[in-house]
Each structure stands twice: as C-alpha cells, then as structure tokens.
Design a protein around this ligand. Structure first.
Ligand code: V55
Ligand code: FE
Length: 493
C-alpha cells in the first residue's frame, strides 16, 4: 500500500477489556448535572490537565505520559457548573493534526521523531495547569510553557519565553506561587538540552517578567519533576530516575531507574547567583511531589510523598529488576537540613503511615510554614476490587487530610470501585483560614457505566464525604494535576 498520509487510518492499539483508552473529544456541557448542593460562594474555575493521545502513538509501547495535553475547565457560578475541555494547541499538536498522525516518537526521545521536525517543540503541555498574571499556563517539564485564555481555553502562545528572557530549553510543571510577593518561582532541568546537568532557576514577577535567574549544576541528570521554594531558599531532590543514553539509543523512554545511584538534596539561597548551593546525600529513594516547604532560620523543611523504589512502572529498571509495587508505595516524609551545621546527609522523617501519591496543600501557603496537606491514599491492607483488574496501580480510594500540628490524618473512603485523582483545595471564601474550605477531585466510577464525577468535600468534615457531586455522562481523560482560580481573580471580574 502506498505510504502516503491518506493511507493511514486511525486505529489505536488493542487494550485489555475495561482498560481506559484515549478520550479525544473536546466537550462543552452547559449546566452539568449536580447531585447535592454546590456550596454558596464557591465561584471560580477548577482546571485540570492530563495526557490524551491525539493519534495512535508512533510506538505502540509509548508510555501514558506522552499523550497530548487536554485541559478541562469546570466553571462554578452561583450553584451552576459548566464544563469545557480543549486540547492544548501545542506546536506538536498542530503539526500532528496537519499530518493526521503521530509524527513525534517515544517519550522525551527526539531521536525517534519523523525527520524534518527540528525546531518544532516536542512539548505536550500535559502535566500541570497553573494561573499567574491572568494567564493559564499548560506545562510539560521538557519544554517552555504554553499560554491559554483562562475563560475560553484558547491557546494564546505555544512557546512562552517571557519576552525572550527564558533561555532554558525546559520549564518545570511545578512552579510555586509566593503568596507574599506574587512571584512565580520556577526552574528548568536538562536546561541546555537532552541529558545535560544544567538547571536554570527563575522568578517571574507578578507582571510576567523574569526578575531573577540563576544557573546551577546537578550531581547527575535525574528526573527533577518538582522542587521546593521557601521565602528564603530553593531546594531540589535529584532521584535515581536517571537520564539514560541506553534508553535513548534503544528507542525507549528518556529515563531508567538506577538503584545504584544515591538521591541528592540540594539547597540554595533564593535571589542569589547559585554559588552557595549545597548538596546533601541520601539513599535510593523515589519522591516526585512536594506537599509543602518552608524555612525557619537555618532550617529548611520539605514534605514529599516518598518511596524506596521506582514509582513508575513504565520507566524501566536499569538492571532489569521487575517493578516492585510494595517498594513503590509512598508515604509523607519530611526532608530537612540545618544550613548552619556541617552535614553530609539530609534528614528524613516519615510523618504518617498512609500510602499515596499526589500530595497537595492549601496553595495560598506555598513557600511558607503550613499546617494542612491533602493526598489521595489507598488502604493496602484491603484486597483489591475485581474492577481494578488490568491496572498497573491500586487506584486511590481515599482522600486524606493531614494536620501537621496534631500529627493526625482523617480520611474519606470513597468505596473500593473508584479511582480518585489528585485533589485541589478551594478556600471557603477569600479570607478563610488555612485549610478551611473544600477539596475538589475527579472520581472514576468503574462499576457505574464507566462514568466520572467531580467530588466536592468539605475539609471540616472529610469523613462525611461529598457535599456535592458533578456527574459527567462519560468517563473523562485522566488527570495529572489541577488548579483552582477564584472568580474574583479571573480576567474581567
Ligand atoms: C511526571 C509526570 C509526567 C512526566 C514526568 O508525575 C513526571 C510525574 C505527565 O508527565 O513527564
Ligand atoms: Fe507532578
């Protein structure tokens, strides 16, 4: 058959029965069905994003993290909820749409792309949406930000450079918003290209200009997915999910887990030139997300969900060990260093026994001392529900609220036949105390017609469960991260 594009019809690889496939539809629902009552005063937008393959992947063994970014916006207004979803119009999306097929190859492996794509951004914008300077940014850590209109989800700029000042080739999916200064603190790793050990750190001021920049080196090019910013310091945890030349050559994904590598915790002063950066050693550990972080004099504290082993079944172990689901279970762990002491290793303290991933906080407390955290968790002692068959992970069936002042955790158990996605905190009102409000989070109902619903849970009474559920008539694409914007902060308010 002729090898032209008209000969390529769209057909996705076979999946096991019940396993979720791509969503692909861009949706508008005016006035979603709501069970219960949307809380008075809950006005604003909940944005979420996740990978959703636009076309069958060029490599059938490509990993879920390489799907194109699809954003969902739930707009809350006076008890009504409208849903809009749009793919991010990345350079990659537009190129593939014109070709009517995937032309980019394996996850973060440019050697697998069709020829002639040099200069087209590979970024999928599939990991986070964050709001700053009245702009919704869709982010992927291998490329610069993509800017979207927060009300229409129209893509406004497919390659944001902050007036040409962003010289890093990459930009994290986990910027932090400083509630005091209004700055967005961010960084890029492998900042000078594939596998480089250069990291650029930035502050973007409240008007969207780059106000501070420092360049540092990491001990090795490991995945730097998240980081910590406090009022005075920046901290990084380098984990043994290492850039792999071997994988690149074998047309595999960017990373392999190297159990022989240590983890490294690096701390530097905010606002400096990076020359004060110090690295503290630790054992083989996997930790991808920061719940909260703060500085107290010479002490720097960073809370992360942390596991002993590779937490990503689709990134291979370098020495061929099978995926270890028990070693992959993460617990909320406090990393700390005392900058006034001569220390070689960083300190670690496990705070709670609950296992889970994707911790969050009341985002108004990013960079400062905080009390409350939220995380989807799973009770590993219960046998898995039959509806979980064929899934790589035990889906999260709990939302847990952690109170660091009393060291207690309270949990809403959502039932064994659901999969809960990352929660996002919504303040009860603009002046509400820390942690006082709601969490919103998507729940996949695996028995009930494969639907999804958005749960709204009052953080003052977690165990009571949702005060309202926004019921969708379909199962929506999976989420990596989400963000809440109060209506008063939206453009035109
Ligand atoms: C993560 C997610 C990514 C990625 C690297 O959760 C790390 C961590 C959705 O993409 O590319
Ligand atoms: Fe993340």
């Amino acid at each position: 058959m002729a090898d032209d594009k008209t000969a390529t019809t769209v057909r996705f690889p076979q999946r096991p029965p019940g396993a979720p496939g791509p969503f692909r539809a861009e949706v508008d629902i005016v006035d979603c069905e709501v069970e219960g009552r949307i809380p008075d005063g809950m006005n604003g937008c909940f944005y979420r994003v996740g990978p959703d393959f636009q076309f069958p992947p060029k490599f059938p063994n490509n990993i879920p993290f390489d799907g194109e970014g699809h954003v969902a916006m739930f707009r809350f207004a006076d008890g009504h909820v409208d849903l809009r979803t749009r793919y991010v119009r990345t350079q990659r999306y537009k190129t593939q749409r014109a070709a009517r097929k995937a032309v980019f190859g394996m996850y973060r492996n440019p050697t697998t792309d069709d020829p002639g794509l040099e200069g087209v951004s590979r970024g999928t914008a599939n990991t986070t949406v964050i709001y700053h300077n009245k702009t919704l940014f869709a982010l992927k850590e291998d490329s610069p930000p993509v800017a979207m209109d927060p009300l229409t989800l129209e893509t406004l700029d497919d390659y944001v450079t902050f007036d040409g000042k962003l010289t890093s080739q990459t930009f994290t999916a986990h910027p932090k918003i400083d509630p005091v200064s209004g700055e967005m603190i961010a960084f890029g790793y492998e900042a000078k290209g594939l596998g480089t050990d250069d990291v650029a750190v930035y502050s973007i001021d409240r008007n969207g200009g780059i106000a501070w920049e420092a360049w540092i080196k990491v001990p090795y090019a490991g995945m730097l997915h998240d980081f910590a910013a406090t009022q005075t310091h920046i901290a990084f945890l380098v984990i043994p999910m290492a850039y792999s030349e071997e994988q690149i050559r074998a047309q595999g994904p960017h990373f392999a887990w190297d159990r022989n590598l240590p983890s490294w915790f690096g701390v530097m002063r905010r606002g400096g030139d990076g020359s004060d950066l110090r690295w503290y050693r630790g054992p083989e550990r996997c930790a991808t997300h920061v719940m909260g972080a703060w500085s107290d004099g010479s002490m720097v504290y960073v809370d992360m969900d942390m596991a002993h082993k590779n937490q990503f079944p689709f990134f291979p172990n370098r020495y061929g060990e099978p995926f270890d689901a028990v070693g992959a279970a993460g617990v909320v762990t406090r990393l700390s260093v005392d900058l006034s002491k001569k220390m070689d290793d960083y300190d670690m303290e496990v705070l709670y026994p609950n296992t889970g991933v994707l911790p969050r906080q009341d985002d108004r407390y990013q960079t400062v001392a905080y009390r409350y955290g939220f995380m989807p968790t799973v009770d590993m002692s219960k046998p898995p529900h039959p509806s979980h068959a064929g899934r790589p992970f035990r889906p999260n069936n709990n939302y847990t609220k952690f109170d660091h002042a009393t060291k207690t955790a309270v949990t809403y158990f959502a039932g064994d036949a659901v999969a809960l996605q990352e929660p996002c905190f919504v303040p009860r009102h603009r002046e509400a105390a820390e942690g006082d409000g709601y969490i919103v989070g998507m729940s996949e109902l695996m028995l009930e017609g494969n639907r999804s619903e958005l749960l709204i849970i009052d953080t003052a009474d977690m165990q009571a469960g949702p005060v309202a559920r926004v019921r969708l008539p379909f199962r929506i694409f999976g989420q990596v991260h989400g963000w809440w914007v109060d209506a008063a902060d939206l453009p035109g308010a």
